[in-house]
Design a protein around this ligand. Sequence first.
Ligand code: CP
Ligand code: NVA
Length: 310
Amino acid sequence: RKSGARHFADLSDIAAGDLRRIIDSSLAMKAKRRKGRRSVDRPLEGKVLAMIFDKPSTRTRVSFDLAMRELGGETVMLTGKEMQLGRGETIADTARVLSRFVDAIMIRILEHRDMIELARHADVPVINGLTKKSHPCQVMADVMTFEEHRGPIKGRKIAWSGDANNVLASWVHAAQRFDFSLSVAAPAEFGLPPQLLDWARRSGAKLEVTRDPFEAVRGADAVVSDCWVSMGDKDEQQRQGLLSPYQVNAKLMAAAGSEAIFMHCLPAHRGEEVTDEIIDGPQSVVFDEAENRLHAQKGILAWCLEDSEE
Ligand code: CP
Ligand code: NVA
């Protein structure tokens, strides 16, 4: 860390106590907002967040923009193609320049190393708004949503069925930090990357891996899925074929039991990783997760920027 700026790059970089504090402050700001927007404090008055989107986004874009504004700050929206970054200016120089203008940078970019490079050269906090490798802001909103519906996540069982992608990587980090168990069902071809399995082993995360979705969801408090084709993946016939047994449908949810909630970061590909019946059914909390992106971003922004004057 060059400047001591507090980055939000991965949940595995941040102490469990800090992550818990972020959730607590997100919940407190959510409760205040319920009483009317005006009653929210404006702790980020005068602060500016640059948002770089090299890939499409609906939730991350709107939630960061609103979160910043509701906390009294402002945003500057940048897209990869419109920036000199797209014409070969280095990430390091981009980081140095933006650090002279803004107080924090949120970036969505496929290559994880590009986000890390930006953080390495920025004097201001850098927030990971999704890379091919992880999606930490999403899983903060998801932990918050789980706890609102089912109480403390510590000691509970979360099951994942499908492609072992970026969102799952952040769930693996969260399992260790928040002390819950995570059961992953994925086909061998789309399983967890070896470095992440190593990290889980070394850090003592309670992680189970199986090929059988029915085994994974047994006794689970939540069943989680995500698209089979993430941004940057090739949409191949073979992929769909290998992932189709992992669809979350009525039969799989029945194996989890009626108390289990269904979670998905959205956007959903209905009829692929999840059926309409489940995503629109009584166990689904997907729109609460989407809403909580706003509240979680506030907690994350406040944490990144607290004491940033000093
Ligand atoms: N879940 C999520 O990150 O959605 P967007 O791609 O719309 O930001
Ligand atoms: N895994 C998905 C998440 C989108 C929010 C992707 O990377 O495209």
